[in-house]
Design a protein around this ligand. Structure first.
Ligand code: 13P
Ligand code: SF4
Length: 399
């Protein structure tokens, strides 16, 4: 049976050692890894968070820019930022929204780095995508670097498996990983189309390499495609051959990368048991980035958009415990005062990198555009973008 362990990766040999810039090394004050999406200092003269004029400054800058700017806000963003978004959505919807605004000179992406990269890939060259804080990365995306994934592919190739393995990468990955996926004939997926992506992939080949979220991969394969837990193996990039034997790699249907979301990975089966006791009659609704045992013990499972729609359709007086990011849970609780909505965990659980985008950073970014000196532009190199676009377009074409 496969393990669902999400603890820190162990170290096997120098080449597999944890890179600087991961949580531990940042904690120890080591230099940021240039490959990491996190740990980047955001330059600039930011307004003070206590500035009472921040809302007025954001409004004024937005009004001056008019149709030239299009502001996207992910559902996990702070309310202070979401109030200025032209559209809100999950990562898939926002990428599509960005692609559908070819007239906007500037796309200000209030989300995280991989989302801004996807927007840059899907928009015209002359359009500029800006991320208000460069430190808004994603710990899950950081768990699969291009170098590690190439090493894994070499392992599969040496075993004669590369021909029959199809890579499927979650949207929550760097442009490099999306390019790898495109190069090897795979597809991108999101939490709302993972089942269709896996079904498609198993029509193209016999095995899937699923990157970087082990939980979404396992939950989809077992719960929606009917595979068994024994059909899944966990590839640990910090161990030679992923910590697996040749036979294990050969026999697996799903080769799951050992990555996880540090927000959704926190929910446990005990959280579910505890909330059922605390709130009798509660419906437990969780995101598929949660661990397998959490998803198994929940009543409903689905993407961010699914969670929002489920609550919209719920009867007044019903009770809900939500296993997803706290900014969204709080917003939903405020939007549905006729329903009892509680957070699945007892402790606070924001996405710390999503939360990097605050009003001072947004004001700074908008005012830089008014001054004609854009900051924090996100660009993906053309050769990477071309391969990544192929994988993204494969996702858009999924039956
Ligand atoms: P979606 O945006 O696809 O809902 O994914 C959740 C998430 O973790 C975003 O970072
Ligand atoms: Fe990454 Fe999880 Fe935060 Fe989404 S919620 S940006 S997957 S760490």
């Amino acid at each position: 049976m496969t393990s669902t362990d999400t603890s820190s990766p162990g170290q096997a040999a120098t080449v597999f050692a944890e890179p600087a810039g991961t949580a531990l090394s940042l904690l120890l004050g080591q230099a940021a890894d240039p490959r990491s999406e996190r740990g980047v200092e955001c330059p600039g003269d930011l307004p003070a968070p206590s500035d009472p004029d921040l809302v007025a400054r954001a409004l004024a800058a937005k009004e001056k820019l008019g149709e030239r700017v299009f502001i996207l806000g992910h559902h996990y963003q702070r309310d202070e930022v979401v109030q200025f978004a032209d559209v809100t959505g999950d990562s898939f919807k926002l990428a599509r929204d960005a692609a559908n605004r070819p007239d906007a000179e500037y796309i200000v992406f209030c989300g995280v780095h991989f989302m801004a990269e996807s927007a840059d890939i899907l928009t015209a060259d002359e359009q500029q995508v800006l991320l208000p804080d460069l430190a808004a990365g994603c710990s899950m995306a950081d768990m699969a670097t291009a170098e590690q994934v190439e090493q894994c592919w070499d392992v599969l190739d040496e075993l004669g498996l590369a021909e029959r393995v199809v890579p499927v990468s979650y949207m929550n990955s760097s442009a490099d990983i999306k390019a790898f996926t495109g190069k090897h004939g795979g597809t991108i997926c999101t939490s709302s189309n993972a089942e269709r992506a896996l079904t498609w992939a198993f029509e193209q080949g016999e095995q899937v390499l699923f990157l970087p979220d082990q939980h979404l991969g396992r939950n989809t394969a077992v719960r929606q495609l009917g595979l068994s837990l024994d059909d899944c193996v966990l590839y640990n990039p910090y161990k030679p051959m992923g910590g697996l034997t040749a036979d294990q790699l050969r026999d697996a249907k799903m080769i799951l990368w050992r990555g996880h979301c540090s927000v959704h990975g926190r929910f446990t089966k005990e959280c579910v048991d505890e909330v059922r006791e605390r709130v009798p009659g509660v419906n437990v609704l969780v995101h598929p980035e949660c661990r397998y045992e959490v998803v198994e013990s929940a009543d409903y499972v689905g993407s961010t958009e699914y969670i929002i729609k489920t609550l919209e359709a719920a009867e007044p007086g019903t009770k809900w415990a939500l296993g997803t990011e706290l900014n969204l849970v709080r917003r939903l609780a405020n939007a549905h005062p006729d329903k009892q909505i509680v957070f699945l965990d007892k402790s606070v659980c924001y996405c710390s990198t999503m939360n990097r985008i605050d009003l001072p950073h947004l004001v700074w970014t908008l005012e830089s555009l008014v001054a004609g000196k854009p900051v924090n532009r996100i660009t993906v190199a053309p050769d990477t973008a071309a391969l990544a676009q192929a994988a993204l377009e494969q996702m858009l074409a999924l039956p």
